[in-house]
Design a protein around this ligand. Structure first.
Ligand code: HEM
Length: 197
């Protein structure tokens, strides 16, 4: 893990470094705000999928140490989603709170995105070892099942915004569906055979 964690950190940070570099060199094309919104949104969704993949990966491979990547991946999801939301508020809407509140109450895809973001806030806040101790393992695990809600809301957000071509949202929906189905299957199996699996 001493080598894997920094590598994964660098791989998760690289898209952001690339985006900033392109922003400063005028390499984001005709509509840089759209590009930044799309890149940060996509990285937020990818990070959530990777976060949800850690436990099934651990169960399938038996490589328990991989669990130590989960918090970092979750915080990357929150960081990219925060940058995505900030891009919308600052660069896209220029703090036009009337337009923003209009979007949040009238545009379903924005409502779904906002739901995903709001759900991610307590997950990011309680991601520390201190909060696990404070809440207790069981309560913390129950709270962090909200990741499933954030993932589903983010896919709905993406699905609703693309309108016609659902190629990419569908891929994320299948990936997240499979990761949640694996969990459900594992939970059912564990209930059926109480002996440690
Ligand atoms: C906080 C509330 C959010 C707002 C206001 C918001 C707003 C937007 C907007 C305006 C777009 C671009 C729509 C277009 O291209 O016409 C977008 C795209 C997207 N957003 Fe969000 N979003 C939010 C939260 C999220 C979250 C939490 C995620 C993921 C975890 C996310 C993932 C995406 C993705 C994947 C795209 C599409 C990118 C693409 O087309 O390549 N969004 N969002």
């Amino acid at each position: 893990m001493r080598y894997v964690k920094p590598l994964v950190f660098a791989a998760m940070l690289a898209p952001l470094v690339w985006l900033v570099a392109r922003a400063f060199t005028g390499g984001l094309g005709a509509n840089p705000i759209d590009r930044i919104t799309d890149e940060t949104g996509t990285m937020a969704l990818r990070s959530i999928v990777l976060t949800l993949a850690v436990t099934p990966f651990r169960r399938v491979t038996g490589w328990n140490e991989v669990i130590r990547l989960r918090r970092m991946l979750g915080l990357f999801a929150f960081t990219y989603a925060s940058l995505h939301f900030l891009t919308y508020i600052v660069l896209d809407q220029f703090f036009d709170w009337t337009a923003i509140s209009g979007d949040l109450t009238k545009r379903p895809f924005i409502m779904a995105g906002f739901t995903a973001f709001v759900v991610m806030v307590p997950l990011a806040v309680t991601s520390t070892a201190g909060w696990i101790r404070r809440l207790g393992g069981r309560a913390w695990q129950r709270l962090h099942r909200l990741t499933y809600v954030a993932a589903i809301a983010a896919v709905v957000h993406y699905w609703w915004l693309v309108k016609a071509d659902i190629t990419f949202p569908r891929r994320y929906a299948i990936a997240i569906g499979a990761l949640l189905a694996f969990r459900a299957w594992h939970a059912i199996r564990r209930r059926q055979s109480p002996a440690p699996l």
